[in-house]
Design a protein. Structure first.
Length: 265
């Protein structure tokens, strides 16, 4: 059974149609490459799945149930995480602090879900906000476990500004693992990093797949798509023009689909 299904998704901005009649499915442990030229609608589609945008038409289904996503926090609660192209990391903080940013563990909140809820107590008719102490030891330990699961050499106490591109991606991916997601969306994770760091990021994607997590990967790099993806979806001018196993396609065919030299596949 598919963990995610999009049925006839469309997105309109006034007279402009960014997406038209997009349908696709995503299975557990599957990596789908989403490719297309600039302006093809890739990021818009991913942001709809992540809850940033609402579709103008169509239906989103998770585990075969129709859902409406009322924002990124709602999507996260339903098991959807996203790694943005700019990673959205705080350079002055440690790896562990970035992973738990906004979901810090405290003396009263032992899990990320608990950390997102304010803690109050009632006493003689008054309601008091309980003071909390950050549980640094717990956050460092959990961050270390996440990096170990991803087989990354990044350390929880490392400061982000001193990290390589591959290490930064490891922090961003570890942050998605904090909530045990079913789906991870990745927007150009290998852009502007070295060949060695690209290999590190692709290895991280393999780790997610091995753990049964479904991944949608946006990338302009054909070698990356054919290295880690099981299936590819090609968008052109807001429409889906191909949805097929990677083994049945080629970089030349994908390039033709993106440019319009090949209409459909």
């Amino acid at each position: 059974m598919a963990v995610l299904e999009l049925v006839n998704i469309a997105k309109h901005y006034g007279a402009i149609t960014a997406l038209r009649d997009i349908s696709l499915s995503l299975n557990a442990g599957e990596v789908v490459g989403l490719v297309g030229d600039n302006g093809a609608g890739k990021t818009t589609l991913v942001k709809i799945i992540a809850g940033n945008f609402h579709p103008s038409e169509g239906e989103i289904r998770l585990d075969d149930k129709p859902v409406q996503l009322h924002g990124p926090k709602d999507a996260r609660a339903k098991g959807i995480e996203i790694v943005y192209q700019d990673l959205a990391l705080a350079d002055n903080l440690t790896a562990a602090a970035n992973i738990f940013l906004g979901r810090e563990l405290t003396s009263l909140a032992r899990t990320p879900a608990e950390a997102e809820k304010p803690v109050h107590v009632r006493r003689r008719g008054w309601r008091w906000l309980v003071p909390e102490i950050l549980d640094y030891r717990g956050m460092y330990a959990r961050a270390g476990e996440l990096f170990s699961e991803l087989k990354s050499e990044t350390r929880p106490r490392d400061v982000v500004r001193r990290m390589s591109g591959g290490q930064r991606q490891a922090v961003a991916i570890a942050r998605t693992r904090l909530s045990n997601p079913k789906i991870v969306l990745m927007d150009e994770p290998t852009a502007a990093i070295s060949v060695r760091q690209v290999a590190e990021v692709l290895a991280l994607i393999h780790r997610l797949k091995e753990q049964g997590i479904a991944v949608i990967l946006i990338s302009h790099r054909m070698p990356d798509i054919f290295a880690v993806c099981d299936r590819l979806v090609v968008l052109r001018r807001g429409q889906k023009v191909a949805d097929k196993p990677v083994a049945e396609s080629s970089p030349e065919e994908v390039t033709g689909l993106i440019t319009g030299a090949i209409e459909y596949a």
